[in-house]
Design a binder for this molecule. Structure first.
Ligand code: NDP
Ligand code: 2IT
Length: 452
């Protein structure tokens, strides 16, 4: 690495020695910026990289709530406000027992450049809690969300910070959070995105991340004269992003043969048809069941339980394209080797940072087209930006209009990251392309705004 980028990375290692995920996100980013840093002396002089790797503000707070047995429970809440250089802080809330400051900071850091790539005026942030929604009643989730918002409300606002969903936060949680904000502040305003259609939500927001992932992957494939139709795809996860990825892949004539959750995966060689997908949506979103039940309902389906000590079985199935849509580091070295061995030609990252540094190197080193998360899953936050625009205008756009805007945004992202890749790195290095294209705008804004 160049000594400037090296120094920034060393500083992160020294100041946050236990934040492995944050270090990983910064490292991958700096590897790309390394290729342009010599051409940008003002970035070095004005310490843009040093500022980018230090959140503008980190909020950590206690979340007390009462469970159904009347016992007091305590969780830790977070909001990392990483950058407001190009707009109000924007990014999701994650509810998962694994949540810690390192995970919040990696997500907030990546969000800054992802949001920049959308072309919309949104800064970057992320929040959440180590609360585990699994097995909790609706009433418990509601009491948790109300308590979480009772602290968070003072830090957010439609022109300040606008949270949304992520793992463990969907329509139900956004509704409870919104209700509590409204009650405390006596204002009905766009402080969250992903709201229900009856109270200020946007058409296509639930679909946006999955649809956007497929639109961007399609654009990359088109650039290589490759097709989606008739191809076999692997999808991991079975939540919001996975579901709408499958829906769009089906619509475009591809066949999806896997889904998973943290307990295991299903392999349905005949393909997850639209009817079977409807079953999955009801199973996961309404009944809050496990993916194992799919294999019990449909014949000819294999269920493989997950053993965290072994490579992830989803990535060991012969197919054409793979779409990780569960969580960070779900593709490690051995998984990447399996993907290459099984002839995968494209990996589209629906999840944030699903590939380890080693895995990324193996995939790209073997000519696999890698659509990085910052670009590939930007459709979700892009439509969140459109929800903010609709809220400000007190309007609701049609499904067709939002879908068309989403397509335009994803096609623009493809154009920008492929041009940046060719100019500063090499053709089809979309990792460098996304990091560099996302960085440029934020960096210019920071230089213009002075030392803040
Ligand atoms: P959901 O909560 O709807 O679904 C998450 C899915 O991933 C579930 O199937 C879950 O299984 C699985 N999963 C979660 N954590 C783990 C883990 N540690 N190990 C194995 N499986 C796991 O979340 P989303 O679909 O919204 O999010 C999925 C990914 O997409 C995340 O990386 C998120 O950051 C990213 N993303 C989401 C966006 C959005 O708009 N929602 C936008 C952009 C990116 P289980 O039920 O067993 O926990
Ligand atoms: O990672 C992400 O981009 C999201 N979870 C969506 C953020 C948003 O504000 O819609």
């Amino acid at each position: 690495m160049h000594d400037v980028t090296e120094r920034v990375y060393e500083h992160v290692l020294k100041t946050d020695p236990d934040q492995k995920e944050f270090q990983q996100a910064v490292y991958t980013f700096l590897q790309s910026i390394d290729k342009i840093i010599e051409e940008l002396p003002e970035v070095t002089y004005h310490k843009v990289l040093e500022r980018m790797t230090e959140p503008e503000r980190t909020i950590m707070f206690r979340v007390p709530w009462i469970d159904d047995e009347g016992r007091l429970q305590i969780n830790r809440g977070y909001r990392v406000e990483m950058s407001s250089a190009i707009g109000p802080y924007k990014g999701g809330l994650r509810l998962h027992p694994s949540v810690n400051l390192s995970i919040m900071k990696f997500l907030a850091f990546e969000q800054v450049f992802k949001n920049s790539l959308t072309g919309l005026p949104m800064g970057g942030g992320k929040g959440g809690s180590d609360f585990n929604p699994k097995g909790k009643s609706d009433a418990e989730v509601m009491r948790f969300c109300q308590s979480f918002m009772t602290e968070l409300y003072r830090h957010i606002g439609p022109d300040t910070d606008v949270p949304a969903g992520d793992i463990g936060v969907g329509g139900r949680e956004i509704g409870y959070l919104f209700g509590q904000y409204k009650r405390i502040t006596n204002t009905f305003t766009g402080i969250l995105t992903g709201k229900g259609m009856d109270f200020g939500g946007s058409n296509i927001r639930p679909e946006a991340t999955g649809y956007g992932l497929v639109y961007l992957s399609e654009a990359i494939l088109r650039g290589e004269k490759m097709e989606l139709a008739g191809k076999t795809c692997l999808v991991s996860g079975s939540g919001n992003v996975a579901q709408y990825t499958v829906e769009k892949l089906n619509e475009l004539g591809a066949k999806v043969v896997t889904l998973s959750d943290s307990s295991g995966m299903i392999y349905d060689e005949s393909g997850i048809s639209p009817e079977k997908l409807r079953y999955v949506m009801n199973l996961k979103n309404v009944k809050r069941g496990r993916i194992k039940e799919y294999a019990e309902k449909y014949s000819g389906v294999e269920y493989i339980a997950r053993n965290p000590e072994e490579p992830n079985p989803v990535w060991n199935i012969k197919a054409d394209y793979a779409f990780p849509c569960a969580t960070q580091n779900e593709i490690l070295k051995a998984d990447a080797e399996n993907l290459v061995k099984n002839g995968i030609k494209l990996v589209g990252e629906g999840a944030n940072m699903p590939c380890s540094v080693e895995a990324e190197k193996i995939l790209m080193g073997n000519g696999v087209l890698l659509a990085p998360a910052k670009a590939a899953n930007a459709g979700g936050v892009a439509v969140s930006g459109l929800e903010m625009a609709q809220n400000s205008a007190r309007m609701t756009w049609s499904r067709e209009k939002v879908d068309q805007e989403l397509r335009n945004i994803m096609n623009n992202i493809y154009k920008n990251i492929s041009e940046a890749a060719e100019k500063y790195s090499e053709k089809n290095n979309f990792v460098d392309g996304a990091n560099i294209a996302g960085f440029m705008k934020v960096s210019r804004a920071m230089l213009a705004e002075g030392y803040v």
